[in-house]
Write a new protein. Structure first.
Length: 106
């Protein structure tokens, strides 16, 4: 069997799968340890999403996870950022009254 994957064999074989699984285990273990440090720094005993997100933010090696594990922010901040990136005209935004009417029509 060839070590180079072909169209008939898209997988790298069991060795590649085992190595990928081992690498993923190491990644999760390291990420958990870094999150635990954040948790201990805040004198808590339960690992939370914000601990892992804090670890991702602190360690530059996990920059590739920024989109997958984002920091939690208030909705108002998220909307402000969204509007800053994609400005819309005020008249394009629905008012609460318009939203109520649309919900009643459905």
């Amino acid at each position: 069997m060839s070590a180079i994957p072909t169209e008939s064999s898209p997988h790298g074989g069991p060795e590649a799968e085992n190595k990928s699984a081992a690498a993923l285990e190491l990644l999760v273990a390291d990420l958990t340890q870094r999150g635990a440090r954040v948790m201990f720094d805040e004198s808590r005993d339960t690992l939370d999403y914000k601990d892992v997100a804090g670890a991702v933010e602190e360690y530059t090696g996990y920059d590739f996870l920024d989109d997958v594990i984002p920091q939690k922010i208030p909705a108002a901040v998220a909307v402000a950022r969204m509007l800053k990136k994609n400005p819309v005209q005020q008249e394009e935004l629905p008012t609460k009254k318009q939203q109520q009417v649309e919900n009643e029509e459905q």
